[in-house]
Design a binder for this molecule. Structure first.
Ligand code: S3P
Length: 180
C-alpha cells in the first residue's frame, strides 16, 4: 500500500503525451479541487500559442514565462488556501528553481510514466508540440528527461485509460481534511 499523503497541491509531471492534462482534469473533478494546466495558463498570459512562443522567441523565453506563470499560479492557490491539481509542462522540472518552488508550496509530485513507444504513438500527427521534431530527437529528449521526472514523489503507470490512471493516483491522496 502506498503511504498516504496529505497535501494541497498535486503536480503531475512526465513527458509529452503521458496524459497530464487529461488525467489532471479528471483527478481534479474527482477530488473537487481546482485544476491548473500550466501550458494553458502560459497561452492565456502571453496571448500566443506555445508553438508561436518557441518560434518567435525561442525556448529560453518560453522557460522564463513558464517559471513566472508557475510562480504566480502557486501563489494564487496558496493565497486562497485552495487545493489544486497542476498539470505541469513536460519540461517544467528542467529548471531546478521550479522544483524548489513546488517543494516550497508543499506540492506532491506524481510522475505519469509511460514507455517512449506509447508516447511516440500518442504524439504522432499532433502539431502543437514544438519539441516533437522527429523520432530520434524525441527518444533522446525522453532519455534526458527520465532523471528529471524521477525526482517526483510517486511514479504511476500511465499506460492505461485516463480514468484508470486516476484510480491509481487517488489512493496516494489522503482525502480527510483537504477538499473533496
Ligand atoms: C514541453 C512540453 C509541452 C510544452 C512545451 C515544452 C517540453 O507540454 O510545455 O511544448 O519541454 O517537454 P506537454 O508536456 O503538456 O506537451
Amino acid at each position: 500500500m502506498p503511504v498516504p499523503i496529505s497535501c494541497k497541491v498535486i503536480a503531475l509531471v512526465g513527458f509529452m503525451g503521458c496524459g497530464k492534462t487529461t488525467v489532471g482534469r479528471l483527478l481534479a473533478e474527482r477530488l473537487g479541487w481546482r485544476f491548473v494546466d500550466l501550458d494553458t495558463r502560459i497561452v492565456e498570459r502571453s496571448g500566443s500559442s506555445i508553438v508561436d512562443i518557441f518560434r518567435r522567441h525561442g525556448e529560453p523565453v518560453f522557460r522564463e514565462i513558464e517559471q513566472e506563470v508557475l510562480d504566480r499560479s502557486l501563489g494564487e492557490i496558496a493565497e486562497r488556501g485552495r487545493c489544486a491539481v497542476f498539470a505541469l509542462g513536460g519540461g517544467t522540472l528542467t529548471r531546478p528553481e521550479n522544483l524548489g518552488r513546488l517543494r516550497q508550496a508543499g506540492a506532491t509530485l506524481v510522475w505519469l510514466d509511460c514507455p517512449v513507444e506509447d508516447l511516440l504513438i500518442r504524439c504522432a500527427g499532433v502539431s502543437d508540440r514544438p519539441l516533437f521534431r522527429d523520432e530520434s530527437s524525441f527518444r533522446r529528449l525522453f532519455q534526458e528527461r527520465v532523471p528529471v521526472y524521477s525526482q517526483a514523489d510517486y511514479r504511476v503507470d500511465a499506460t492505461a485509460e485516463p480514468a484508470l490512471v486516476v484510480e491509481r493516483i487517488l489512493p496516494l491522496v489522503r482525502l480527510t481534511g483537504v477538499g473533496g
